[in-house]
Write a protein that binds this ligand. Structure first.
Ligand code: ADP
Length: 358
């Protein structure tokens, strides 16, 4: 028996002696309270009975036979009370232990579930990143390869004067590729997009993205127009990311607009914001799909029919990069008539370094 059980054994003997002496409710109450200790000390019913008889022997000392006989029957009553209390308490105790054990095992399996989900999430993110990079690499790689091919052909024909232009465009595309993939890797590593931002003019970015989209638009018979207001407007931005935003929206507009349609890139501003709008007269997006198009891997069923290629990652990247500029992107669309995507960015009110007034 440990200390606590010993303590209870003495207390038990005291309570029993008290009961045999005055048959008081108080002594019985003490006994029932002791049952709790017995349970907590791990004493079983046999232990209690042994303890009871030890205590009774102690209490009987010096008593006459007759007194001893009466005390034995009173002591039985006392023991009965203790055992009843013990039974009730033991049931409560078991239930408590059972609940605790169930809680423990639930917590353990919840932790296990969390760990598995976390591992799966990381695995998915790794996969997402690879696909995102592959998606982003596509247009600059096409531009670089196309320009190199042209340079080769002009070189064969001895028309050297155009070479610097083609090679320059190819180099630009490759440089953009390398910066972009660097940014993307950085982004996933830190868990959120942290792009280096500098004050820059938006108009040249829209123009450059438009130049890149022209080839695809021409070959599909889609007219590509530009309406630039606020040509001087400045934002705090990252030119590669902004090119990626406008490039993705333009490439979608061309892909989801059938032959004979029109795509318009607009630049506008008000006192606090600049915006870029890419509007098309294409297939449009249903209200249900509009809710989901910025999710990774979402593609509307009608989009799959018109263009089988596509991972459903472009708009997720557009949203992520826009938010890294403290901006927002929204869509307005009518199925069968067309869509307009608007990227809104806070206007930068300072001046560009090195420019007059900076
Ligand atoms: P992808 O074009 O590779 O499928 P995105 O993330 O760029 O991936 O676009 C997600 C979905 O949003 C597309 O599959 C399509 O359903 C819809 N969508 C995007 N842009 C347009 C658009 N201009 N017109 C119609 N649907 C569009």
């Amino acid at each position: 028996m440990d200390d606590q059980a010993l303590l209870s054994a003495d207390d038990y003997a005291d309570a029993l002696t008290e009961y045999l002496h005055d048959h008081s409710e108080k002594a019985l109450y003490k006994a029932t309270k002791l049952s709790q200790h017995f349970i907590e000390s791990g004493l079983g019913p046999e232990d209690i009975i042994a303890l009871h008889f030890e205590a009774l022997d102690q209490a009987q000392e010096g008593r006459s036979y007759r007194e001893q006989a009466r005390a034995s029957s009173d002591a039985q009553q006392f023991l009965l009370e203790v055992m009843i209390a013990y039974g009730v308490k033991y049931k409560e105790y078991l239930e408590l232990k059972l609940t605790e054990a169930m809680r423990d095992s639930e917590a353990r399996s919840a932790r296990e579930r969390e760990r598995t989900m976390e591992a799966e999430r990381l695995e998915r993110e790794r996969g997402d990143l690879l696909q995102l990079v592959a998606h982003e690499l596509r247009s600059p790689i096409t531009a670089a390869a196309g320009n190199l091919k042209l340079a080769e052909r002009y070189l064969d024909q001895g028309r050297l004067e155009s070479l610097p232009r083609f090679l320059g465009s190819a180099r630009e595309a490759v440089e953009r590729l390398s910066r972009l993939s660097g940014d993307l890797v950085e982004t996933t590593r830190s868990g959120r997009v942290e792009l280096p931002l500098t004050p820059l003019v938006l108009a040249p970015i829209v123009e450059q993205a438009n130049r890149w989209a022209r080839v695809a638009a021409l070959s599909k018979g889609v007219a590509l127009e530009e309406e630039l207001e606020c040509e001087e407007v400045l934002v705090l931005g990252n030119s590669d990311a902004l090119l990626s935003i406008v490039g993705n929206l333009l490439s979608n507009a061309v892909r989801y607009t059938p032959h004979g349609g029109r795509v318009t890139a607009r630049l506008g501003c008000d006192a606090g914001h600049a915006w870029i709008e890419i509007a098309d007269t294409g297939i449009g997006i249903t209200p249900e799909a509009q809710e989901r198009i910025f999710e990774k891997f979402f593609r509307a069923p009608d989009a799959r029919q018109i263009d089988v290629r596509g991972l459903g990652l472009g708009l997720a990247l557009v949203k992520q990069l826009t938010e890294a500029h403290d901006g927002s992107v929204i869509v307005a669309s009518t199925p069968g008539e067309g869509s307009t995507f608007r990227v809104r960015l806070p206007r930068y009110s300072g001046a560009i370094e090195g420019e007059p007034g900076a």
